[in-house]
Design a protein around this ligand. Structure first.
Ligand code: FAD
Ligand code: NAI
Length: 463
């Protein structure tokens, strides 16, 4: 007879593995199907973790070369051992994915190795072996979106996966797409010495991020030396020569031109991944973008089948997938698991970092909400000055009448860490005054958050 579980989760990314751990904590018998040779999904294997490892290494190199001298530290003869840098990245990934395997063993989650296919409600086949479960969770994640005319070979035309594996620093890296991946991985290779050109279809970078932050970001990255071709599209990549010849056209039509690259990174977004899963055959509904449709409690239209993470709508972020995994596991045992989609931070781990939560100024305007703005620049923050990291600002948007914080946007040093304070504040329904009246240690970068909160009422002290 087929092995039977309370829950079978397909996919072991941040959505799937966290759902598995929470479900076993709650007393369920859980299996997680993963077809990769390691657990952890896109995030741990080819996403968040390796990219942050390379961002850290490249930032260390860049600081050594360009900023230490301002501190009076003179170094000479600095070189890059790219093989070692890549090996260290591999070690970081390995420690993380093995960590999930350890947690699975400790919590008695069964790892079903192979490709999972839902053959009927309550039935999953893994490489031909049948298993049954009361609940099935689809957590199969996403894949990068292809661009016709630009064929990925993961050597010269790469997705993020290939861009994390380059064994030489390209002379000229052309990035198609000025979003999260393009700017993070573009930064990595630019810091290591590549000339980097970002070709973006829209007239701005990182659509979705507050406009003022986006503009400042473009200016700062431009000053660092990254080149931008906005309102431009790539229509063709010719790989017949020694270099890749890209055809560029103005987004709204006009004369085409050629741009040569040694490596092209295609990063125009990601799409839900359900290939081979059997969802079509059993009638699981998807939306116009191929994402699995779910209700407010992550249930699909087929009873007993649920979906979480990148494969459903919402931001494609690891922590969003994790929170859905926890909340769904709690729902499965009758608890009231919940995700507050209004308070999900997004962070771009460049230098400086960009972090956002809640609504942007553009969204508030579009929604007709009256708001106040409090802004504070890092140039006026003592700790940022001590760090030599004064670019950027904290911006808080609060309801004009109630003072409730509606959104917060930070560009600057450690923005990704600073945003957590505002996430907590927003989760507790705080007003800007609540943050402004909270004692913040001195001298810290967090004082810029407090000052921005004070600035909402025109009461900032250090500007
Ligand atoms: P995934 O992590 O994609 O996991 C899905 C898993 O399911 C995969 O391992 C896949 O092999 C498996 N699978 C699929 N189909 C089957 C099947 N039929 N049978 C068995 N297994 C199957 N997010 C952040 O929040 N912070 C970051 O810093 C960040 N950096 C990123 C950097 C890069 C380069 C990329 C590409 C993404 C990054 N992301 C980041 C996004 C993040 O990786 C995703 O949001 C997150 O991984 C989604 O988790 P998930 O569990 O939904 O799916
Ligand atoms: P993205 O959606 O962030 O950015 C894609 C960019 O490509 C957009 O600016 C878009 O306007 C542009 N674009 C689309 N079609 C184009 C075309 N034909 N030519 C030129 N530009 C075009 O997608 P990206 O960077 O691929 O990342 C995918 C997702 O992965 C992100 O949205 C994010 O959810 C996740 N991610 C998160 C990270 C983090 O949290 N730090 C890091 C990396 C990825």
């Amino acid at each position: 007879m087929a092995d039977t579980f309370d829950v079978i989760i397909i996919g072991s990314g941040p959505g799937g593995y966290v759902c598995a751990l929470r479900a076993t904590q709650l007393g369920l018998k859980v299996a997680c199907v993963e077809k990769r040779t390691t657990l952890g999904g896109t995030c741990l294997n080819v996403g968040c973790i390796p990219s942050k490892a390379l961002l850290q290494s490249s930032e260390n190199f860049h600081e050594t070369m360009h900023t230490w001298k301002d501190h009076g530290i003179m170094v000479e003869g600095v070189t890059i051992d790219l093989a070692r840098m890549q090996a260290r990245k591999g070690e970081v990934v390995s420690a993380n994915v093995k960590g999930i395997e350890f947690l699975f063993k400790k919590n008695k989650v069964t790892w079903l190795k192979g490709e999972g296919r839902i053959t009927a409600p309550g039935k999953v086949s893994v490489d031909g072996v049948e298993y049954s479960a009361k609940h099935i969770v689809i957590a199969t994640g996403s894949e990068s979106i292809p661009l016709p005319g630009v064929e990925v070979d993961e050597k010269r035309i790469v997705t993020s996966t290939g861009a994390l594996e380059l064994d030489q620093i390209p002379r000229h890296l052309v990035v198609i797409g000025g979003g999260y991946i393009g700017l993070e991985l573009g930064s990595v290779w630019h810091r290591l010495g590549a000339e980097v050109t970002v070709v973006e279809f829209l007239d701005r970078l990182v659509p979705g991020v507050d406009g003022e932050v986006g503009k400042t970001f473009e200016r700062i990255l431009g000053k660092q030396g990254i080149k931008f071709r906005l309102s431009t599209k790539v229509t063709q990549a010719d790989t017949s020569g020694a270099r890749v010849a890209l055809t560029l056209e103005p987004a709204k039509g006009g004369a085409a031109e050629t741009l040569e690259a040694d490596v092209v990174l295609l990063a125009i977004g990601r799409r839900a991944y359900t290939e081979g899963l059997g969802t079509k055959e059993i009638g699981v509904e998807t939306d116009e973008r191929g994402r699995v449709k779910v209700d407010a409690h992550w249930a699909t239209n087929i009873p007993g089948i649920y979906a979480i993470g990148d494969v459903i709508s919402g931001p494609m972020l690891a922590h969003k997938a994790e929170d859905e995994g926890v909340a769904l596991a709690e729902r499965l045992v009758g608890q009231a698991g919940h995700v507050n989609y209004d308070v999900i931070p997004g962070v771009i781990y460049t230098w400086p970092e960009v972090a956002s939560i809640g609504r942007t100024e553009e969204q508030l305007k579009a929604d007709g909400v009256a708001y106040s703005i409090g802004k504070f620049p890092f140039t006026a923050n003592a700790r940022a000055r001590a760090m030599n990291a004064t670019e950027g600002f904290v911006k808080i948007l609060a309801d004009k009448t109630t003072d409730l914080i509606l959104g917060a946007h930070i560009i600057g040093p450690d923005a990704g860490t600073l945003i957590a304070e505002l996430a907590t504040a927003m989760e507790f329904g705080a007003s800007s005054e609540d943050v402004a009246r909270t004692c913040h240690a001195h001298p810290t970068l967090n004082e810029a958050v407090k000052e921005a909160a004070l600035a909402v009422e025109g009461r900032a002290l250090h500007i």
